[in-house]
Design a binder for this molecule. Sequence first.
Ligand code: SAH
Ligand code: SF4
Ligand code: F3S
Length: 471
Amino acid sequence: MERRDSHVLEEELERQKEFIQLVADRNDGKIPKYYLNTFGCQMNEHDSEKLAGMLSNMGYVETDDVDESDLIIYNTCCVREHAEQKVYGHLGSLKRLKEEKPELKIAICGCMMQQKEVVSHIEKTYRHVDLIFGTHNLHKFPELLYKSFDRDKMIIDVLYADGQIVENIPVKRKDNIKAWITVMYGCNNFCSYCIVPYVRGRERSREVKDIKEEVMMLGRQGFKEITLLGQNVNSYGKDLSVKVTFAELLYQLNEVPGIERIRFLTSHPKDLSDELIFAMRDLDKVCEHLHLPFQAGSTKVLKEMNRGYTKEEYLELVMKVKENIPGISLTTDIIVGFPGETDEDFEDTLDIIRKVRFDSAYTFLYSKRTGTPAAKSKNQVPDEVKKERFERLLTLQNSISREINETFLGKKVEILVEGISKTNDNIYTGRTRGNKIVNYKGSEDDIGKLKNVLIEEVKTWSLEGRLIKEC
Ligand code: SAH
Ligand code: SF4
Ligand code: F3S
Protein backbone atom coordinates (compact mmCIF):
# COMPACT_ATOMS: atom_id res chain seq x y z
CA MET A 1 0.00 0.00 0.00
CA GLU A 2 2.74 2.40 1.01
CA ARG A 3 4.75 1.70 -2.15
CA ARG A 4 1.75 2.40 -4.33
CA ASP A 5 1.15 5.66 -2.49
CA SER A 6 4.67 6.91 -2.97
CA HIS A 7 4.50 5.90 -6.63
CA VAL A 8 1.29 7.90 -7.07
CA LEU A 9 2.89 10.90 -5.38
CA GLU A 10 5.93 10.71 -7.62
CA GLU A 11 3.66 10.73 -10.65
CA GLU A 12 1.81 13.72 -9.23
CA LEU A 13 5.07 15.61 -8.78
CA GLU A 14 6.05 14.78 -12.36
CA ARG A 15 2.69 16.21 -13.46
CA GLN A 16 3.42 19.41 -11.54
CA LYS A 17 6.79 19.64 -13.30
CA GLU A 18 4.88 19.76 -16.58
CA PHE A 19 2.84 22.70 -15.29
CA ILE A 20 6.03 24.41 -14.12
CA GLN A 21 7.25 24.13 -17.70
CA LEU A 22 3.93 25.37 -19.10
CA VAL A 23 4.05 28.49 -16.92
CA ALA A 24 7.71 29.04 -17.84
CA ASP A 25 6.85 28.75 -21.55
CA ARG A 26 3.94 31.11 -21.15
CA ASN A 27 6.28 33.77 -19.72
CA ASP A 28 8.10 33.59 -23.05
CA GLY A 29 11.35 35.17 -21.93
CA LYS A 30 9.71 37.79 -19.67
CA ILE A 31 10.75 37.68 -16.00
CA PRO A 32 7.62 38.11 -13.90
CA LYS A 33 7.89 39.20 -10.27
CA TYR A 34 6.26 37.73 -7.20
CA TYR A 35 5.63 39.25 -3.80
CA LEU A 36 5.34 36.63 -1.06
CA ASN A 37 4.21 37.53 2.44
CA THR A 38 4.40 34.81 5.09
CA PHE A 39 2.63 34.78 8.45
CA GLY A 40 3.01 32.30 11.29
CA CYS A 41 5.56 29.76 12.37
CA GLN A 42 8.79 28.38 10.88
CA MET A 43 6.80 25.61 9.25
CA ASN A 44 4.91 28.18 7.22
CA GLU A 45 8.17 29.99 6.46
CA HIS A 46 9.54 26.72 5.15
CA ASP A 47 6.41 26.12 3.07
CA SER A 48 7.04 29.55 1.57
CA GLU A 49 10.55 28.40 0.65
CA LYS A 50 8.85 25.62 -1.33
CA LEU A 51 6.54 28.13 -3.06
CA ALA A 52 9.64 30.20 -3.86
CA GLY A 53 11.35 27.06 -5.23
CA MET A 54 8.45 26.29 -7.55
CA LEU A 55 8.22 29.94 -8.63
CA SER A 56 11.90 30.13 -9.35
CA ASN A 57 11.59 27.07 -11.61
CA MET A 58 8.71 28.83 -13.36
CA GLY A 59 11.01 31.78 -14.12
CA TYR A 60 9.72 34.20 -11.47
CA VAL A 61 11.92 36.44 -9.34
CA GLU A 62 11.03 37.86 -5.93
CA THR A 63 10.25 41.51 -5.23
CA ASP A 64 9.47 43.28 -1.97
CA ASP A 65 7.41 45.91 -3.77
CA VAL A 66 3.72 44.95 -4.05
CA ASP A 67 3.12 47.61 -6.72
CA GLU A 68 5.58 46.15 -9.21
CA SER A 69 4.59 42.51 -8.72
CA ASP A 70 2.80 40.26 -11.22
CA LEU A 71 1.81 37.77 -8.55
CA ILE A 72 1.02 38.36 -4.88
CA ILE A 73 0.87 35.44 -2.45
CA TYR A 74 -0.17 35.47 1.18
CA ASN A 75 0.83 32.36 3.11
CA THR A 76 -1.42 32.70 6.13
CA CYS A 77 -1.58 31.69 9.81
CA CYS A 78 -4.63 31.40 12.05
CA VAL A 79 -3.11 30.57 15.41
CA ARG A 80 -4.26 33.92 16.81
CA GLU A 81 -6.93 36.35 15.65
CA HIS A 82 -4.42 39.13 15.09
CA ALA A 83 -2.64 37.15 12.34
CA GLU A 84 -5.96 36.66 10.52
CA GLN A 85 -6.98 40.31 10.82
CA LYS A 86 -3.69 41.40 9.26
CA VAL A 87 -4.35 39.22 6.20
CA TYR A 88 -7.86 40.61 5.75
CA GLY A 89 -6.43 44.13 6.02
CA HIS A 90 -3.89 43.42 3.27
CA LEU A 91 -6.48 41.75 1.04
CA GLY A 92 -8.79 44.75 1.30
CA SER A 93 -6.04 47.13 0.27
CA LEU A 94 -5.22 45.07 -2.85
CA LYS A 95 -8.61 45.72 -4.47
CA ARG A 96 -7.52 49.01 -6.00
CA LEU A 97 -4.27 47.53 -7.33
CA LYS A 98 -6.14 44.69 -9.01
CA GLU A 99 -8.53 47.18 -10.64
CA GLU A 100 -5.61 49.16 -12.03
CA LYS A 101 -3.76 46.03 -13.12
CA PRO A 102 -6.25 43.26 -14.01
CA GLU A 103 -3.48 40.88 -15.15
CA LEU A 104 -2.11 40.84 -11.57
CA LYS A 105 -2.68 37.47 -9.87
CA ILE A 106 -3.53 37.29 -6.16
CA ALA A 107 -3.18 33.97 -4.35
CA ILE A 108 -3.82 33.04 -0.71
CA CYS A 109 -2.75 29.80 0.92
CA GLY A 110 -1.70 28.46 4.31
CA CYS A 111 -3.47 27.53 7.51
CA MET A 112 -6.32 30.06 7.32
CA MET A 113 -7.50 28.41 4.10
CA GLN A 114 -7.98 25.09 5.90
CA GLN A 115 -11.05 26.61 7.57
CA LYS A 116 -14.14 26.42 5.37
CA GLU A 117 -15.78 29.53 6.84
CA VAL A 118 -12.66 31.60 6.06
CA VAL A 119 -12.68 30.44 2.43
CA SER A 120 -16.36 31.28 2.00
CA HIS A 121 -15.80 34.69 3.64
CA ILE A 122 -12.98 35.46 1.18
CA GLU A 123 -15.05 34.14 -1.70
CA LYS A 124 -17.85 36.57 -0.83
CA THR A 125 -15.91 39.59 0.37
CA TYR A 126 -12.66 39.70 -1.58
CA ARG A 127 -13.71 38.85 -5.11
CA HIS A 128 -10.46 40.21 -6.54
CA VAL A 129 -8.61 37.14 -5.23
CA ASP A 130 -7.67 34.72 -8.05
CA LEU A 131 -6.52 31.62 -6.25
CA ILE A 132 -7.05 29.87 -2.92
CA PHE A 133 -5.26 26.68 -1.92
CA GLY A 134 -4.43 24.99 1.37
CA THR A 135 -1.52 23.49 3.28
CA HIS A 136 -2.22 19.89 2.24
CA ASN A 137 -1.99 20.55 -1.50
CA LEU A 138 0.82 23.08 -1.63
CA HIS A 139 2.62 20.95 -4.24
CA LYS A 140 -0.26 21.62 -6.67
CA PHE A 141 0.53 25.33 -6.84
CA PRO A 142 2.05 25.26 -10.39
CA GLU A 143 -1.08 23.62 -11.84
CA LEU A 144 -3.43 26.01 -10.04
CA LEU A 145 -1.43 29.06 -11.04
CA TYR A 146 -1.39 27.93 -14.66
CA LYS A 147 -5.13 27.35 -14.66
CA SER A 148 -5.76 30.79 -13.15
CA PHE A 149 -4.21 32.60 -16.13
CA ASP A 150 -7.09 32.27 -18.52
CA ARG A 151 -9.83 32.48 -15.97
CA ASP A 152 -11.61 35.38 -14.34
CA LYS A 153 -13.36 33.28 -11.75
CA MET A 154 -11.67 32.55 -8.43
CA ILE A 155 -10.07 29.07 -8.23
CA ILE A 156 -10.54 27.34 -4.89
CA ASP A 157 -8.73 24.07 -4.27
CA VAL A 158 -8.38 23.07 -0.63
CA LEU A 159 -7.93 19.52 0.58
CA TYR A 160 -9.64 19.08 3.93
CA ALA A 161 -8.45 15.51 4.51
CA ASP A 162 -4.88 15.10 5.78
CA GLY A 163 -2.48 15.43 2.87
CA GLN A 164 0.09 12.76 2.19
CA ILE A 165 3.71 13.77 2.42
CA VAL A 166 5.04 14.87 -0.94
CA GLU A 167 8.83 14.61 -1.11
CA ASN A 168 11.12 16.52 -3.47
CA ILE A 169 9.11 19.70 -3.94
CA PRO A 170 11.63 22.29 -5.22
CA VAL A 171 12.91 24.57 -2.42
CA LYS A 172 14.51 27.99 -2.60
CA ARG A 173 15.95 28.62 0.86
CA LYS A 174 16.23 32.11 2.31
CA ASP A 175 19.60 31.42 3.87
CA ASN A 176 22.63 29.48 2.72
CA ILE A 177 24.07 28.60 6.11
CA LYS A 178 21.03 27.60 8.14
CA ALA A 179 18.20 25.42 6.81
CA TRP A 180 14.79 24.40 8.08
CA ILE A 181 13.66 20.83 7.59
CA THR A 182 10.13 19.72 8.38
CA VAL A 183 10.39 16.22 9.84
CA MET A 184 6.71 15.77 10.64
CA TYR A 185 3.44 17.41 9.77
CA GLY A 186 0.30 17.88 11.86
CA CYS A 187 -0.46 17.50 15.54
CA ASN A 188 -2.44 15.00 17.64
CA ASN A 189 -2.54 16.92 20.88
CA PHE A 190 -5.63 19.09 20.66
CA CYS A 191 -4.63 21.57 23.34
CA SER A 192 -8.00 23.14 24.08
CA TYR A 193 -7.03 26.65 22.89
CA CYS A 194 -5.26 25.65 19.69
CA ILE A 195 -6.44 25.59 16.08
CA VAL A 196 -3.34 23.89 14.63
CA PRO A 197 -4.60 20.26 14.77
CA TYR A 198 -7.73 21.32 12.86
CA VAL A 199 -5.81 23.03 10.07
CA ARG A 200 -2.69 20.88 9.85
CA GLY A 201 -4.28 17.49 10.42
CA ARG A 202 -2.92 14.45 12.29
CA GLU A 203 0.75 13.66 12.86
CA ARG A 204 2.56 12.35 9.78
CA SER A 205 6.30 11.69 9.97
CA ARG A 206 8.69 11.71 7.05
CA GLU A 207 10.80 8.59 6.54
CA VAL A 208 14.27 8.72 8.10
CA LYS A 209 15.90 8.02 4.73
CA ASP A 210 14.16 10.99 3.07
CA ILE A 211 15.19 13.33 5.88
CA LYS A 212 18.74 12.02 5.86
CA GLU A 213 19.04 12.42 2.10
CA GLU A 214 17.90 16.02 2.39
CA VAL A 215 20.39 16.75 5.17
CA MET A 216 23.24 15.06 3.24
CA MET A 217 22.42 17.26 0.28
CA LEU A 218 22.44 20.36 2.51
CA GLY A 219 25.83 19.30 3.91
CA ARG A 220 27.19 18.99 0.36
CA GLN A 221 25.78 22.39 -0.55
CA GLY A 222 27.69 24.03 2.32
CA PHE A 223 24.89 24.47 4.88
CA LYS A 224 26.23 24.37 8.44
CA GLU A 225 23.14 24.30 10.63
CA ILE A 226 19.79 22.56 10.41
CA THR A 227 16.63 23.08 12.44
CA LEU A 228 14.24 20.14 12.45
CA LEU A 229 10.62 21.26 12.54
CA GLY A 230 7.43 19.67 13.83
CA GLN A 231 4.56 20.77 16.09
CA ASN A 232 5.77 18.13 18.52
CA VAL A 233 9.02 16.57 17.35
CA ASN A 234 9.07 14.36 20.45
CA SER A 235 6.44 12.14 18.90
CA TYR A 236 8.32 11.85 15.60
CA GLY A 237 8.28 8.35 14.12
CA LYS A 238 5.40 6.90 16.15
CA ASP A 239 3.22 6.70 13.01
CA LEU A 240 5.83 5.11 10.73
CA SER A 241 5.46 1.44 9.80
CA VAL A 242 8.99 0.81 11.10
CA LYS A 243 8.92 2.70 14.39
CA VAL A 244 11.78 5.08 15.10
CA THR A 245 12.25 7.68 17.82
CA PHE A 246 13.26 11.31 17.43
CA ALA A 247 16.45 10.57 19.39
CA GLU A 248 17.31 7.82 16.90
CA LEU A 249 16.79 10.29 14.06
CA LEU A 250 19.19 12.72 15.78
CA TYR A 251 21.83 9.96 16.02
CA GLN A 252 21.54 9.42 12.27
CA LEU A 253 21.73 13.10 11.40
CA ASN A 254 24.67 13.72 13.73
CA GLU A 255 26.75 11.66 11.26
CA VAL A 256 26.11 13.88 8.25
CA PRO A 257 29.34 15.50 6.98
CA GLY A 258 29.46 19.29 6.72
CA ILE A 259 26.60 19.94 9.15
CA GLU A 260 28.02 21.48 12.34
CA ARG A 261 24.91 22.19 14.36
CA ILE A 262 21.51 20.58 14.80
CA ARG A 263 18.51 22.28 16.43
CA PHE A 264 14.85 21.33 16.66
CA LEU A 265 11.42 22.69 17.59
CA THR A 266 9.00 22.14 19.24
CA SER A 267 9.19 19.75 22.20
CA HIS A 268 6.05 18.93 24.13
CA PRO A 269 6.83 18.43 27.85
CA LYS A 270 4.56 15.38 28.11
CA ASP A 271 6.59 13.54 25.44
CA LEU A 272 10.16 14.62 26.25
CA SER A 273 11.89 11.29 26.83
CA ASP A 274 15.03 10.48 28.81
CA GLU A 275 16.36 9.03 25.57
CA LEU A 276 16.10 12.47 23.93
CA ILE A 277 17.70 14.24 26.91
CA PHE A 278 20.62 11.78 26.76
CA ALA A 279 20.91 12.21 22.99
CA MET A 280 21.15 15.98 23.47
CA ARG A 281 23.82 15.41 26.09
CA ASP A 282 25.84 12.94 24.02
CA LEU A 283 25.62 14.13 20.42
CA ASP A 284 28.25 16.74 19.61
CA LYS A 285 26.27 18.52 16.88
CA VAL A 286 22.98 18.80 18.77
CA CYS A 287 22.97 22.26 20.35
CA GLU A 288 22.38 22.87 24.04
CA HIS A 289 19.10 24.65 23.53
CA LEU A 290 15.63 23.37 24.26
CA HIS A 291 12.39 25.12 23.40
CA LEU A 292 9.93 23.66 25.88
CA PRO A 293 6.61 25.54 25.97
CA PHE A 294 4.82 25.35 29.32
CA GLN A 295 1.87 27.63 28.36
CA ALA A 296 0.60 28.14 31.94
CA GLY A 297 1.86 27.56 35.46
CA SER A 298 -1.30 26.51 37.24
CA THR A 299 -2.04 22.78 37.23
CA LYS A 300 -5.75 23.58 37.06
CA VAL A 301 -5.28 25.68 33.92
CA LEU A 302 -2.91 23.09 32.40
CA LYS A 303 -5.61 20.48 32.86
CA GLU A 304 -8.18 22.69 31.16
CA MET A 305 -5.69 23.31 28.38
CA ASN A 306 -5.38 19.53 27.94
CA ARG A 307 -1.59 19.74 28.17
CA GLY A 308 -1.04 16.42 29.94
CA TYR A 309 1.34 17.54 32.74
CA THR A 310 1.18 19.36 36.07
CA LYS A 311 3.20 22.33 37.27
CA GLU A 312 5.31 20.02 39.43
CA GLU A 313 5.94 17.57 36.59
CA TYR A 314 7.11 20.41 34.36
CA LEU A 315 9.51 21.70 37.02
CA GLU A 316 10.89 18.19 37.62
CA LEU A 317 11.41 17.72 33.91
CA VAL A 318 13.34 20.99 33.66
CA MET A 319 15.47 19.93 36.63
CA LYS A 320 16.30 16.66 34.90
CA VAL A 321 17.23 18.50 31.69
CA LYS A 322 19.45 20.98 33.56
CA GLU A 323 21.21 18.21 35.52
CA ASN A 324 22.00 16.23 32.39
CA ILE A 325 22.90 19.11 30.10
CA PRO A 326 24.75 21.73 32.14
CA GLY A 327 24.48 25.27 30.78
CA ILE A 328 21.51 24.40 28.57
CA SER A 329 19.60 27.35 27.24
CA LEU A 330 15.85 27.08 27.78
CA THR A 331 13.11 28.96 25.98
CA THR A 332 9.35 28.63 26.18
CA ASP A 333 5.90 29.75 25.03
CA ILE A 334 3.37 31.15 27.49
CA ILE A 335 -0.29 32.06 27.09
CA VAL A 336 -1.71 34.76 29.35
CA GLY A 337 -5.43 34.98 30.13
CA PHE A 338 -6.67 31.50 29.23
CA PRO A 339 -10.41 31.33 30.12
CA GLY A 340 -10.89 31.03 33.87
CA GLU A 341 -7.29 32.05 34.72
CA THR A 342 -7.40 33.75 38.14
CA ASP A 343 -4.76 36.00 39.72
CA GLU A 344 -3.66 33.01 41.75
CA ASP A 345 -3.32 30.85 38.62
CA PHE A 346 -1.26 33.58 36.99
CA GLU A 347 1.04 33.68 40.04
CA ASP A 348 1.87 30.04 39.20
CA THR A 349 2.98 31.16 35.73
CA LEU A 350 5.28 33.79 37.30
CA ASP A 351 6.50 31.17 39.76
CA ILE A 352 7.60 28.83 36.94
CA ILE A 353 9.40 31.74 35.27
CA ARG A 354 11.26 32.56 38.48
CA LYS A 355 12.14 28.93 39.18
CA VAL A 356 13.22 27.85 35.68
CA ARG A 357 14.86 31.12 34.60
CA PHE A 358 14.31 30.82 30.85
CA ASP A 359 16.76 32.50 28.51
CA SER A 360 13.78 33.95 26.70
CA ALA A 361 10.05 33.41 26.32
CA TYR A 362 7.45 33.95 23.60
CA THR A 363 4.44 35.37 25.37
CA PHE A 364 0.93 35.51 23.92
CA LEU A 365 -2.39 36.94 24.98
CA TYR A 366 -5.00 34.19 24.80
CA SER A 367 -6.94 34.51 21.54
CA LYS A 368 -10.33 32.88 21.05
CA ARG A 369 -10.26 30.46 18.09
CA THR A 370 -13.62 29.36 16.79
CA GLY A 371 -13.94 25.59 16.76
CA THR A 372 -11.65 24.99 19.73
CA PRO A 373 -13.15 23.90 23.09
CA ALA A 374 -11.72 26.87 25.04
CA ALA A 375 -13.52 29.35 22.76
CA LYS A 376 -16.84 28.11 24.13
CA SER A 377 -15.95 28.91 27.74
CA LYS A 378 -18.16 31.52 29.43
CA ASN A 379 -15.21 32.45 31.63
CA GLN A 380 -13.23 34.63 29.22
CA VAL A 381 -10.71 36.91 30.97
CA PRO A 382 -11.32 40.65 30.33
CA ASP A 383 -8.81 42.30 27.99
CA GLU A 384 -7.52 44.80 30.59
CA VAL A 385 -6.76 41.97 33.02
CA LYS A 386 -4.95 40.00 30.32
CA LYS A 387 -2.89 43.03 29.34
CA GLU A 388 -1.94 43.89 32.90
CA ARG A 389 -0.76 40.30 33.52
CA PHE A 390 1.08 40.29 30.21
CA GLU A 391 3.05 43.42 31.18
CA ARG A 392 4.04 41.93 34.54
CA LEU A 393 5.17 38.77 32.80
CA LEU A 394 7.27 40.68 30.26
CA THR A 395 8.96 42.81 32.91
CA LEU A 396 9.92 39.74 34.91
CA GLN A 397 11.13 37.74 31.91
CA ASN A 398 13.12 40.65 30.46
CA SER A 399 14.99 41.13 33.70
CA ILE A 400 15.81 37.40 33.85
CA SER A 401 16.92 37.36 30.19
CA ARG A 402 19.25 40.26 30.91
CA GLU A 403 20.63 38.70 34.10
CA ILE A 404 21.38 35.48 32.24
CA ASN A 405 23.10 37.42 29.47
CA GLU A 406 25.23 39.24 32.08
CA THR A 407 26.72 35.91 33.16
CA PHE A 408 28.38 35.79 29.70
CA LEU A 409 30.40 38.95 30.33
CA GLY A 410 34.13 38.17 30.01
CA LYS A 411 33.44 34.66 28.74
CA LYS A 412 34.51 33.06 25.47
CA VAL A 413 31.72 31.67 23.27
CA GLU A 414 31.71 29.79 19.99
CA ILE A 415 29.45 31.28 17.36
CA LEU A 416 28.36 30.28 13.88
CA VAL A 417 28.66 33.49 11.86
CA GLU A 418 25.46 34.14 9.90
CA GLY A 419 26.10 37.43 8.15
CA ILE A 420 26.50 41.14 8.42
CA SER A 421 24.42 42.93 11.05
CA LYS A 422 21.53 45.03 9.81
CA THR A 423 22.67 48.17 11.54
CA ASN A 424 26.39 48.50 10.91
CA ASP A 425 28.62 47.58 7.98
CA ASN A 426 31.58 46.19 9.90
CA ILE A 427 29.55 44.38 12.48
CA TYR A 428 28.88 40.70 11.88
CA THR A 429 26.40 38.55 13.68
CA GLY A 430 26.21 34.93 14.73
CA ARG A 431 24.68 32.67 17.34
CA THR A 432 26.02 30.60 20.20
CA ARG A 433 24.99 26.97 20.53
CA GLY A 434 22.48 28.22 23.11
CA ASN A 435 20.96 30.40 20.34
CA LYS A 436 22.15 33.76 21.70
CA ILE A 437 22.81 36.48 19.17
CA VAL A 438 26.39 37.79 19.25
CA ASN A 439 27.59 40.86 17.34
CA TYR A 440 31.28 41.56 16.74
CA LYS A 441 33.62 43.37 14.36
CA GLY A 442 34.47 40.90 11.63
CA SER A 443 34.88 40.32 7.94
CA GLU A 444 32.92 38.74 5.13
CA ASP A 445 35.26 35.77 5.23
CA ASP A 446 33.84 34.76 8.61
CA ILE A 447 30.36 33.99 7.23
CA GLY A 448 29.46 30.33 7.62
CA LYS A 449 32.41 29.65 9.95
CA LEU A 450 32.61 28.85 13.64
CA LYS A 451 34.46 31.61 15.50
CA ASN A 452 35.40 32.27 19.10
CA VAL A 453 34.31 35.58 20.54
CA LEU A 454 35.04 37.20 23.91
CA ILE A 455 31.90 38.85 25.29
CA GLU A 456 32.53 42.46 26.33
CA GLU A 457 29.04 43.98 26.50
CA VAL A 458 25.59 42.69 27.26
CA LYS A 459 22.11 43.74 26.13
CA THR A 460 18.72 42.18 26.88
CA TRP A 461 18.47 40.47 23.48
CA SER A 462 22.08 40.19 22.34
CA LEU A 463 25.73 40.01 23.34
CA GLU A 464 28.57 42.13 21.93
CA GLY A 465 32.13 40.90 21.73
CA ARG A 466 35.45 40.73 19.94
CA LEU A 467 37.02 37.99 17.93
CA ILE A 468 39.65 35.86 19.64
CA LYS A 469 42.40 34.97 17.22
CA GLU A 470 42.89 31.21 16.80
CA CYS A 471 46.40 30.09 17.69
N1 SAH B 1 3.28 23.05 18.61
C1 SAH B 1 3.91 24.06 19.31
C2 SAH B 1 3.53 25.48 18.94
C3 SAH B 1 2.25 25.76 18.30
S1 SAH B 1 1.68 27.37 18.05
C4 SAH B 1 3.69 23.78 20.78
O1 SAH B 1 2.85 23.02 21.15
O2 SAH B 1 4.40 24.36 21.55
C5 SAH B 1 2.83 28.41 18.88
C6 SAH B 1 2.34 28.96 20.16
O3 SAH B 1 1.20 29.78 19.95
C7 SAH B 1 1.88 27.97 21.20
O4 SAH B 1 2.94 27.38 21.87
C8 SAH B 1 1.02 28.80 22.09
O5 SAH B 1 1.79 29.40 23.10
C9 SAH B 1 0.50 29.89 21.17
N2 SAH B 1 -0.94 29.74 20.91
C10 SAH B 1 -1.57 28.71 20.30
N3 SAH B 1 -2.90 28.93 20.28
C11 SAH B 1 -3.11 30.11 20.88
C12 SAH B 1 -4.27 30.89 21.18
N4 SAH B 1 -5.49 30.46 20.87
N5 SAH B 1 -4.09 32.08 21.82
C13 SAH B 1 -2.87 32.51 22.15
N6 SAH B 1 -1.75 31.83 21.90
C14 SAH B 1 -1.85 30.64 21.27
FE1 SF4 C 1 -1.30 23.38 19.27
FE2 SF4 C 1 -0.88 21.90 21.40
FE3 SF4 C 1 -0.46 20.88 18.99
FE4 SF4 C 1 1.18 22.71 19.92
S1 SF4 C 1 0.87 20.67 20.79
S2 SF4 C 1 0.29 22.64 17.89
S3 SF4 C 1 -0.17 24.02 21.11
S4 SF4 C 1 -2.43 21.50 19.83
FE1 F3S D 1 0.11 29.43 12.28
FE2 F3S D 1 -0.27 27.30 10.85
FE3 F3S D 1 2.04 27.65 12.03
S1 F3S D 1 -1.75 28.24 12.19
S2 F3S D 1 1.51 28.83 13.84
S3 F3S D 1 1.21 28.91 10.45
S4 F3S D 1 1.00 25.72 11.71
